[in-house]
Design a protein around this ligand. Structure first.
Ligand code: TRP
Ligand code: SF4
Length: 400
């Protein structure tokens, strides 16, 4: 139950492009080999900003899942699901809302930022204010250890930690906690119980973080403890009450950022994107017509890669040799811009060929995608119902 899970979501508001691939998806593909992962389509989150154009969301849900699969997300490794098909997310959101101070939400930087940025939409809604708390519910539901997100989302993960802490503080204090925890220690067996107690003392008396880590690892390995006992032992280790909800950490993508064709952020609405499964002719044309260093008016004018969006692409796609060739050739005007772009066209096409191929299977047979999602939703709901059982009980809702 406490294995270090990864949870992340994406809003289905437009077709995915190479910026998403290099900024997030590539990372997901890597993570699925290292951790149990849950990736979901955040359709409710999309509704918070696109409530007046729900058709946009509907159109993009399945396309986005195909994009994920095309990028190499493997449904045999990662659990893929749709947020709105796991209604427990809404229930947890409601319950968390009872204990979340308004100020915490008003202070989240994306709240004011997005309202200003998307000034054409009325975002003075309850749903939009609650957006980060819904995200907290998404994360806490699966007791995620890691949440791969972009920089702008880090405050949402911080809020999630604060909410978890508050929840555990308010509801993790059961009567007789200490005795119950000591009983649970006994269930570890004498050897492990002794080790656990030593690690606990070392952490609580000397603040030894290594001991805390070792203690958590020990608990993570336990197969035979009940959920309740595990929560008690996690909490007891740190000196708090039961740890019903686990505090997650953001996992910042260190992967390269790929800007758009014009050097701005890549975005469909800026018309500067190459979509993930763009056809070869489109890719070629878009790169060939990319703007370059404006100083290179004529073929023999020297240029500066630092002032050219094409260079940003080389930073993502080219090896050192090619980059040296570009730098030297550009500054001395030994190469022309079309020549400079040629290896990029090759590299992008080579990257996309397997994606297009993988996508084709799903385009030919859409029922495959639906059944992947149906399986994923079922798995997610199983995990979610375990958490909700604990949460309802902790909040006094398990009366009959
Ligand atoms: N807010 C995220 C974004 O806009 C999407 C999202 C929703 C999410 N729920 C999440 C990301 C939970 C990580 C975890 O990118
Ligand atoms: Fe840009 Fe390459 Fe042209 Fe230089 S040679 S301006 S880096 S496209």
């Amino acid at each position: 139950m406490y294995e270090p899970r990864v949870v992340s979501g994406m809003r289905p508001t437009g077709s995915l492009h190479l910026g998403h691939f290099h900024g997030a998806l590539k990372n997901w593909v890597r993570l699925q080999n290292e951790y149990p992962c849950l990736f979901f389509v955040a359709d409710w989150h999309a509704l918070t900003t696109h409530y007046d154009t729900p058709e946009v969301i509907e159109e993009n849900v399945w396309d986005m899942v195909i994009d994920w699969l095309a990028a190499g997300i493997d449904p045999a490794r990662a659990t893929l699901f749709i947020q709105s098909r796991v209604p427990e997310h809404a229930e947890l959101h409601t319950l968390l809302s009872m204990i979340t101070p308004l100020g915490w939400l008003e202070r989240v930087p994306t709240y004011k930022d997005q309202q200003e940025k998307l000034a054409d939409r009325d975002l003075a809604t309850y749903g939009f204010l609650g957006y980060p708390l819904l995200q907290s519910a998404d994360i806490l539901m699966y007791r995620a250890a890691w949440v791969p997100v972009g920089e702008d989302q880090v405050p949402h993960v911080e809020l999630t930690r604060e909410v978890a802490r508050r929840f555990n503080h308010l509801f993790g204090r059961e009567p007789g906690f200490e005795e119950k925890a000591r009983e649970a220690v006994k269930k570890l067996g004498s050897k492990k119980g002794k080790l656990y107690s030593e690690l606990r003392t070392r952490f609580q008396e000397q603040g030894d973080e290594e001991a805390l880590k070792a203690g958590r690892a020990l608990l993570n390995e336990q197969q035979n403890l009940s959920m309740g006992d595990k929560e008690r032992l996690f909490g007891f280790l740190e000196g708090s009450g039961r740890m019903i909800l686990a505090e997650p950490q953001a996992l910042l993508t260190e992967s390269s950022k790929l800007p758009g064709l014009d050097g701005q952020k890549m975005s469909k609405s800026y018309n500067n994107a190459i979509t993930l499964r763009e056809d070869a002719a489109g890719v070629t044309k878009k790169i060939r017509t990319m703007p370059t260093d404006p100083a290179r008016v004529k073929r023999h004018d020297p240029g500066d890669p630092e002032k050219c969006p094409v260079w940003q692409f080389h930073l993502v796609y080219s090896d050192d040799t090619t980059r040296e060739w570009v730098r030297g050739g550009c500054k001395s005007a030994a190469i022309g811009c079309l020549e400079c772009k040629q290896p990029l066209i090759q590299a992008v096409l080579a990257e996309q060929a397997p994606m297009r191929e993988r996508a084709q299977r799903y385009l030919d047979d859409p029922t495959l995608v639906k059944s992947i999602i149906a399986d994923g939703c079922e798995k997610a709901r199983e995990l979610a119902s375990e958490t909700m059982r604990e949460v309802r009980e902790a909040m006094g809702l398990n009366y009959s």
